[in-house]
Write a protein that binds this ligand. Sequence first.
Ligand SMILES: [Zn+2]
Ligand SMILES: [Zn+2]
Length: 144
Amino acid sequence: MNNEKKYAGSCFCGTVRFTVSGDPAGMGYCHCESCRQWSAAPVNAFTLWKPEAVQIQRGADNIGTYSKTPRSNRKWCRTCGGHVYTEHPGMGLIDVYAATIPDLPYRAGIHVHYQETTLKIADGLPKMRDLPQEMGGSGIAVTE
Ligand SMILES: [Zn+2]
Ligand SMILES: [Zn+2]
């Protein structure tokens, strides 16, 4: 056993339960149209994790997958439709929606895909036109 922090998460109805362990690789807000349309919300608060940090505890066979592009495998609960996480195979990271892990101390560090924003947020955090270079983007910052 180790002392790694562990945070419990679940879908809207609780059929799917999972944990994330350790510290996320990144946290922030995504303003892209895909996140907006899929989540039906103006921005998506994301937390990124290495695949081994995300463990499904219950309801794994109740998870549906939709991949509009090979960049994102979007996962939801087949019972309640609640979103659980999105795999980003190209980045080697899993985006677990911050709202599904309420006990995680959520501290956004960045806004991504800000050129697509419909809800400007003047919080003083860096705003990337698309993505940071280490996430495969241009690394270009834009103004709030
Ligand atoms: Zn559910
Ligand atoms: Zn997005």
